[in-house]
Write a protein that binds this ligand. Structure first.
Ligand code: C2E
Ligand code: CA
Ligand code: CA
Length: 691
């Protein structure tokens, strides 16, 4: 090798020296006496030497020794490579070795003999390159061993490389992945999602979030995704995308467990207090919007503390568990039961029809907890004290409802435990009475407590009887006569009216047939029918059965239906009424004027009689409005070919007014009260004997 003309002072151009000094290598040139001739400026930095160490004429051996002293980290027992280099140089031979400096820098150091004597020594800094290789090896290890899926795609989302973990996560063989569009992999069925994701990446350069990934076998797997776009530094166009995919199913599972533990009671597995409060708060807006009533029942176990204190917590827990199971069993799916704390439970009944519904459930709870509970061979008895509040009556928010239910619950305790109390005392009275009545009514029919009275109806002109209306009576052995307006609504609500009504119809037909057989001139017998009965699928068959059974001619039977029940479901009613009419039965619309029907609409129904409600008749002498309605109804009914019956006629004046305005028939105390069967027969036979 010959001496490079550009290196060495005075030959070396300062600009070139400066440029060379930018490279990660330095040079020193020695003459044939091995004394320093030229060097690059960066050598002091590279070798961490003080500036005065580098001057012309310095001996090669000294420079090397010094540089070794200053900078090289020597391993013990190893021969100093600088000494080797010095010896080789003195012998006119080349030498090369690698040295690691104390600060971790790695150098390739080599000496090369120059033609005609002299030596050039170069120091080449390998640190960055070495680090680059090491980093590459590390990266590869991370790529293959990482538990997360790592996928590289090109700028158009085709997979270039995918690590083994991404195969495990997606369910694909890692070899199957390259070449596919990554979106096909993560959400094949959801084009919309992938389109949005691609657009987002395009726009923002990165995206991270959680996602339901579709595995190859069709399962879905919750993953967290982090996607970054890698841009070309020149064009700013995306060249690659890097996807990091982490399976988070275990985390999800853990989260679900934690959430469950936070929301449910560990002992009974019922929702806990916090969950109940949230549920209640969430239920109220809907109930408010739909004008629904909701009941909150706060249940406290009587004497539970005694069980706990005398038999221990384990037995106490057993009791609570049994109570929870019994509660859960007796409630409907839409109902909600929670453990409120200690020995308190809360039940929420959404969309109840009346306070009586809440009372019915409370009663069920009382009887469900009446049976003894067996825990670890102890037979234990507990009973509930229940406080009931109703939304919106007793509170507009969950807090108030629960607080008031608590107050009511204390009233239940004070009232002797093992019972329930409504927050509002008036409600207590009304529902207790109602429940009491309902209980008694269940036996009324079987025990023969029901009878029928008959109220005659008269021709307005001749004042002769033309028919009777059948009116139900309940004579309770202890309570005496109970008015129909008290028990019929209950029977309608709980469905008992169906059986009772069937009995009424059969009895009334049989009664009238017997009267005819006993010498009464043919008279119409009217029977009241509730909407609930009418909607029974076999109603018409039942009526036909009553006629066949009694032998009463159909034209002597009239069915009375209130205007409001006709209007509940006019379409359906028309069909039923037409069928009855075709059987020869006559039909009357009861309580006319209290509903919202128009006469024109009623024209569509096969009706024979219209009964003006007695509330209009009562004031007909004094109230101009009532009179207008009554007389208007008569005129319109006539124009439609209907006969009008006025109910509740009590005075001669009312009768005169009604007759004067064309009313066809009259019913009321003026001519006759409703009468027991025997009295009715005597009354009617005296006025219309059979010819
Ligand atoms: P309704 O069908 O309007 O019956 C007429 C009611 O007016 C009867 O009351 C009758 O006693 C009463 N009344 C009759 N004349 C007069 C009068 O001059 N003045 C006054 N103030 N009232 C009079 P009742 O017997 O208490 O029946 C009440 C309601 O109970 C009936 O009203 C009817 O809707 C219902 N009902 C009675 N029996 C039955 C039945 O067998 N089945 C059904 N579904 N409902 C019945
Ligand atoms: Ca009636
Ligand atoms: Ca009526």
């Amino acid at each position: 090798m010959s001496l490079p003309s550009q290196i060495g002072r005075p030959h070396l151009d300062p600009q070139i020296n400066a440029a060379l000094s930018e490279l990660p290598c330095g040079y020193a040139i020695f003459d044939h006496h091995l004394q320093l001739l030229e060097w690059t400026q960066n050598l002091t930095d590279l070798l961490r030497l003080p500036p005065e160490a580098l001057r012309a004429g310095v001996r090669c051996a000294d420079l090397l020794r010094q540089s070794a002293r200053f900078s090289v980290f020597m391993q013990e027992g190893r021969q100093n490579p600088f000494r080797a280099l010095t010896e080789q140089a003195e012998r006119g031979q080349s030498y090369a070795f690698e040295a690691t400096l104390a600060d971790g820098h790695v150098f390739d150091i080599r000496s090369t003999q120059l033609d005609g004597g002299g030596l050039i020594i170069s120091w080449f800094d390998l640190t960055t390159r070495r680090a680059g290789i090491a980093l590459g090896q590390l990266t590869l290890r991370v790529f293959t061993q990482a538990p997360d899926g790592i996928i590289f795609t090109d700028g158009s989302h085709h997979i270039l490389a995918a690590n083994p973990a991404s195969g495990q996560i997606t369910g694909f063989d890692p070899d199957e992945l390259p070449g596919r569009v990554i979106f096909e992999l993560i959400a094949p069925a959801n084009l919309e999602t992938t389109r949005r994701l691609a657009a987002l990446l395009e726009k923002k350069g990165s995206w991270s979030g959680e996602f339901e990934l579709h595995r190859k076998n069709g399962e879905s797997l919750p993953v967290s995704l982090r996607v970054s776009r890698i841009d070309d530094s020149l064009t700013d166009r995306p060249t690659h995308y890097l996807w990091l995919i982490t399976d988070i199913s275990e985390r999800r599972h853990a989260e679900a467990l934690i959430r469950h533990a936070a929301q449910y009671d560990a002992l009974t597995a019922l929702p806990n207090r916090g969950t109940l409060v949230t549920h209640l708060a969430e239920s109220l807006p809907g109930a408010r919007r739909h004008h629904q009533h909701l009941a909150v029942l706060l249940i406290d176990l009587d004497h539970f503390k005694l069980i706990n204190d005398t038999l221990g917590h384990r037995i106490g827990d057993g009791v609570l568990l049994h109570v929870a199971q019994r509660l859960a069993k007796l409630l409907r799916e839409s109902d909600y039961v929670a453990r409120f704390g200690g020995d308190e439970f809360v039940v929420i009944l959404p969309a109840i029809n009346s306070p009586a519904d809440a009372a019915t459930v409370a009663n069920k709870i009382v009887s469900a907890l009446a049976a003894p509970i067996e825990v670890a061979e102890h037979e234990l008895h507990t009973s509930p004290s229940i406080g009931i509040t109703l939304f919106p009556d007793d509170g507009d928010d969950g807090d108030t409802l629960l607080k008031n239910a608590d107050t009511a619950m204390y009233h239940a305790k004070a009232a002797g435990r093992n019972n329930f109390q409504f927050f509002a005392s008036e409600m207590n009275r009304a529902t207790t009475e109602r429940l009491d009545l309902e209980r008694k009514l269940r036996h009324a029919l079987a025990r023969g407590e029901l009878t029928l009275h008959y109220q005659p109806q008269f021709d307005a002109g001749s004042r002769r009887p033309v028919g009777v209306e059948t009116l139900l009576r309940w004579n309770h052995p202890n309570d005496g006569m109970i008015a129909p307006c008290r028990f019929i609504p209950i029977a309608e609500q709980n469905g008992m009216i169906v059986d009772i009504g069937e009995w009424v119809l059969h009895s009334a037909c049989r009664q009238m047939k017997r009267w005819l057989d006993d010498g009464l001139a043919p008279l119409r017998v009217a029977v009241n029918v509730s909407a609930r009965q009418l909607r029974q699928r076999d109603f018409c068959e039942m009526v036909a059965g009553a006629l066949a059974d009694s032998g009463l001619p159909p034209e002597l039977l009239e069915i009375e239906i209130t205007e409001s029940s006709v209007m509940e479901n006019p379409q359906e009613t028309i069909g039923i009424l037409q069928k009855l009419s075709s059987m020869g039965i006559t039909l009357a619309i009861d309580d006319f004027g209290t509903g919202y029907s128009s006469l024109a609409y009623l024209k569509l129904f096969p009706i024979d009689h219209l009964k003006i409600d007695r509330s209009f008749v009562a004031d007909i002498e004094h109230d101009l409005n009532d009179r207008t309605i009554a007389f208007g109804t008569i005129a319109l009914a006539h124009s439609l070919g209907l006969k009008v019956v006025a109910e509740g006629v009590e005075t001669e004046d009312q009768y005169v007014l009604l007759r004067g305005n064309g009313c066809d028939e009259i019913q009321g105390y003026l001519f006759s009260l409703p009468l027991p069967a025997d009295a009715a027969f005597a009354f009617l036979r005296a006025r219309c004997p059979a010819r």
